[in-house]
Design a protein around this ligand. Structure first.
Ligand code: PEP
Ligand code: MN
Length: 266
């Protein structure tokens, strides 16, 4: 790779601002919420807990990329509006996935950061459209993407005009089947060493098992991640999607507190 915008020799490290939250600075940023937005009442109850725990950014899927077309596909615009209301009530910026370039414009008034999901990392039409947007982008690593392919995806967004890109390592598909994915923390060290963009880790999709999320969160902070994205719920067993990897509020609190202590001694 030569002369790419993502490279350190193209300029200073990029700090991404999601409203007043800075990603890529010294303090780790915590993003949390359920896999899917399920209802107004549940999202409000979750938002309240997350605010108390000190979560910086609220997540929740309204457009869900499900493996089976028969699984819950999300509440679409209704879900986006619910996120917006909860964000307003608890002063939490919102990040949510958009899968289709045609949905960008109508979602922008309601959200603060756009997530590109793993399955869409190679959707170059979407990436180019997001490059024209003024919102920051959370770019998840493709399920089978090499670090180079992922960085080229970021380059698509940046070269189209938007440098506010955060990379998110969420595990890759390997021969290992014990965990849902293999969380590749090498990528965090590689990106911190050679590239300008902030990098966060999603240990929920990275492991697929809630009992592994705390350990891998701490490992992520230890290797230099600028933040974490963790799926959480007030009643994880009842989560409509990704229940098995969703943590409860006590675990989330423990992760946040331990991560801060760990980050301070690094
Ligand atoms: C998600 O964040 O809920 C999600 C669908 O993630 P990924 O695209 O990494 O599978
Ligand atoms: Mn999920």
């Amino acid at each position: 790779m030569k002369n790419l915008l993502v490279e350190k020799n193209s300029g200073p490290n990029i700090i991404v601002k999601v409203r007043d939250i800075a990603i890529g600075d010294k303090e780790p940023v915590f993003i949390s919420g359920p896999c899917s937005v399920e209802s107004y009442d549940k999202m409000m109850a979750i938002g309240k807990e997350l605010k108390n725990i000190g979560i910086h950014i609220l997540r929740g899927g309204a457009f869900k990329p499900r493996t089976s077309p028969y699984d819950f596909q999300g509440l679409h615009m209704e879900g986006i509006k619910i996120l917006h209301e909860v964000g307003k009530s608890y002063n939490l910026p919102i990040v949510t996935e958009i899968m289709d370039a045609r949905d960008i414009e109508k979602c922008i008034p309601y959200i603060d950061m756009i997530q590109v999901g793993s399955r869409n990392m190679y959707n170059y039409t979407l990436l180019k459209e997001l490059g024209k947007s003024s919102l920051p982008i959370l770019l998840k690593r493709g399920i089978s993407a090499t670090v180079s392919e992922w960085l080229y995806a970021a380059e698509y967004i940046m070269s189209s005009g938007n440098s506010q890109v955060v990379l998110c390592e969420r595990g890759i598909r390997t021969f290992e089947t014990y965990t849902r994915n293999t969380l590749d923390l090498n990528s965090v060290a590689v990106i911190k060493e050679n590239y300008r963009l902030p990098i966060i880790v999603d240990p929920s999709h990275g492991t697929g098992k809630r009992e592994l999320v705390e350990s891998m969160s701490l490992a992520s902070i230890a290797c230099g991640a600028h933040g974490l994205m963790i799926e959480s719920h007030i009643c994880p067993d009842n989560a409509v999607s990704d229940a098995r990897q969703t943590v409860n509020m006590d675990t989330l609190k423990s992760i946040v507190n331990k991560s801060k202590v760990l980050n301070d001694i690094l």
